[in-house]
Design a binder for this molecule. Sequence first.
Ligand code: BMA
Length: 321
Amino acid sequence: MHVQHETLFDRHRGNPLLTAADWPYPINTVFNAGATLLADGSTLLLCRVEDRRGHSHLSAARSRNGVDGWLVDPQPTLVPDIGNHPEEIWGIEDPRITFVPELKKYAIMYTSYSRGGPGVSLAFTEDFHKFERFGVIMTPEDKDAALFPHRVGGNWALIHRPVTTFGAHIWISYSPDLRHWGSHKMILQARRGAWWDANKIGLSPPLIETPKGWLMIYHGVRHTPSGCLYRLGLALFDLHTPEKCVLRGDKWVFGPEAPYEREGDVGNVVFPCGYTVAPDGDTVHLYYGAADTCIALATGSIRHLLDWLQRHGQPSAVNLA
Ligand code: BMA
């Protein structure tokens, strides 16, 4: 008997939702979009758009139902501002959006591709038309960052993924004012050897706040003789002490299978940067870049994800030794 693996995310039958053909101006590819619900209940994707130079900018696409009828901004929405921000010289990539009720603004953490490598930049917006840039908040090499929606123990908090000679692991940092960051702590470590998440992991979309804790969907990168494999795993962090990993699953839960995930500019990549939660408070719409070429949607249930972690997860301690 062949026992199937549990399916935690269902691909939308309309996938891919957005491709270069949907763009009002010539582009190479569109992928890795941040996502949020707007005040009127519609969905906004802030898409990473790569031009034919190889540089990326961000463009907004809006839809009533988050599935179809996308209206893409006629011009790029947020473009590198090289004059004021030389760190954006080779483009801006992979945005993660967090609505911050205290500020009544959306925070956007994105990768600024500088001569020194990728760093983490922060910008705020109220409407996705005008943006206020805070510049680089984590120096290269660092990426895969997202802000928490509210303060934790009085301080702002952010997840990010600095790269050191010791590997690419997930860290948390705190700030009193969103500009000065410290109290850095590694919170989730890449495994070693044959594991699907060996050597290099990173936050995928922003954390999902649940009564059980902060639910993290993270990517693991497996280097194979025919290239990298990007897959997703789950971890849960303590609600009040988010540096404490309460549960981590051993197995990946979503990986490249569909043709649009297998083939593209960078094949075998699923890379979500955003999600929205439906009015039922449980259904999560995960928007992901597929093969660095298009944007796709998979749907899951927060309850099922937590339930899976409860059954398959274990506490995971960081080992700095
Ligand atoms: C990562 C990021 C993502 C990209 C992925 C696969 O390092 O740069 O933007 O989707 O590689 O190429």
